[in-house]
Design a protein around this ligand. Sequence first.
Ligand SMILES: Nc1ncnc2c1ncn2[C@@H]1O[C@H](COP(=O)(O)OP(=O)(O)OP(=O)(O)O)[C@@H](O)[C@H]1O
Ligand SMILES: [Mg+2]
Length: 563
Amino acid sequence: MADPFTSALVSDVVEKLTSKAIQEYGLLRGLKNDLSALENTFKLIKGVLYDAEMKQTTQKAVEEWLKTLKSASLEMENVLDEANTVAMIQRLHGEMGKKYKIRAFFSSRYNPVMVRFRIAHKVKNIRKKLEDINADRSKFDLTASNTTSKYDGGIGGEISERETTSLMPLVEIYGRDEEKKMIVDKICNQDIGITHDVRVYAIWGMGGIGKTTLAQYVYNHKTVQKHFEFKCWVYVSAVFDVKRIIKQIIKTICGPEDLKDLKLDEMSLDDLQIQLQNKLTGKKYLILMDDVWIENKDMIKWDELCKALRCGAKGSMAMVTTRKKDTAKLMAKIPELQRNVGKLSEEESWALFKMFAFPDRGERENLSSELELVGKKIVEKCNGLPLAVKTLGSLMLTKEKKVNEWQDVNDNFKWEQDDDIVLPVLRLSYNDLPPRMKICFAYCCVFSKGEEMSKDSLIELWIANGFIPSEGGMSSYVLGQKIFTFLVQRSFFQDVVEKDINTGVICKMHDLMHDLAQYVMGDDCAVIEPGKELIRSDEVLHLSLSCEDFELSKQDLKKLRSH
Ligand SMILES: Nc1ncnc2c1ncn2[C@@H]1O[C@H](COP(=O)(O)OP(=O)(O)OP(=O)(O)O)[C@@H](O)[C@H]1O
Ligand SMILES: [Mg+2]
């Protein structure tokens, strides 16, 4: 999929080309014809971008066309920025006096004639490229969208005025009655799995089916609270890093005072295992490891952790959630301690969907039968997957409650092909975002999976990257807040809480949403983490670096915009 940049970029370029400031760059004066031709072509292309973005999922050629357009738009934006900068410098030289003007005349970078020649050359090149791109447009039978105002980059008007806070109420769990009861009973029954060194209970099922949600319910259940002396939750994710897991458990056991003397980061695995053993000995613990991906070849890592976990009191339990049945079987040795989480039933899915699409109870209970019919067709597409149901419910919240508008969403599913990378439902919901919000959301792939994102830092990052345009005198921060609230409302962000006065509001992205963000950003975004130190393309625009010893070669990343 071409990234979300394209339509927002084109909007930016059109805005810059039509701005008054451009007339002021003397440098561009001789290029009036070229610039106005470029403006017209960009405008024509802009009109069909919504259609192109929808078609790119099924037509590779449209995807390639969008990529070429993005590259030309980036070049155009760079030229306009260059002209702006040079104009500023020239003004400055003028103000500083003759000496500086003369010095600039002999500099190849600032000599007005050379600069004008350089810029003119670039503009003509881009004009040629854009004409080719525009000619290709006809090959794809792209139709001009009548939804331009909505997809024009406007944000303010896009957000409903309905009073919402970013602190969403915790969602009620639909269905799962049998699972809830059974898991609590099993983990609190200390005679099950007693022959094993470390008792393990595994909850397994496909991504987004509700494993973490179920595990959270169990973890906080009254009976469980009473039964275990010590509880700890560790988010594991793709890399089973034994040292990190042990450190996190120790941090949960120790108070901040004890931790000061411990210097955990300097400890060897052996030291950490001994420390953990000391802390856990004789305690009846429940350690929940969320999102584990261990395979046969990684069992050595699991064994290392088990060495430290063996010392708990009778009845202690390690619980894992995993997408993989094999992982569940490897870790929880007996079927009695393995639980597969299945789909929600049609009724449960419909009830969950309605909760998001119609937060108002009165509206929910007085649905017209026609709307209910289309609504149920839409819910069917979610195949009992709660994440999908929630996402679609949130999407429908923003639509008018009219049968034809709902029918359009149902019809749009035909564009979405099933692939292994991103759930079609999530992509459909993403496609429906205005371009600016697409960028703001997709950019979040620079965070690690499961990482907490602070609302204020997010807004600052969006502003610093130029994703939030000025709109009707509204401050960028206020617009940023609106975008944040909208993305929460649409379920792109979840687990929104106000942590403390210093941190403020924080949220997370579901890992399948993270996959979506990463997918749409493609090579534009590179995330360098321990064990993942490769940049695949020199086209990278945004780089997130969390490896201390990674050497960044700026030479290779000429297009980098944020780091
Ligand atoms: N029974 C349910 N009722 C209501 N909402 C649910 C239910 N189960 C899950 N959800 C919602 O669906 C989303 C996905 O659930 P969850 O994160 O638990 O899935 P998961 O199976 O852990 O996915 P992954 O494999 O990607 O970790 C969450 O936003 C959660 O709030
Ligand atoms: Mg999960």
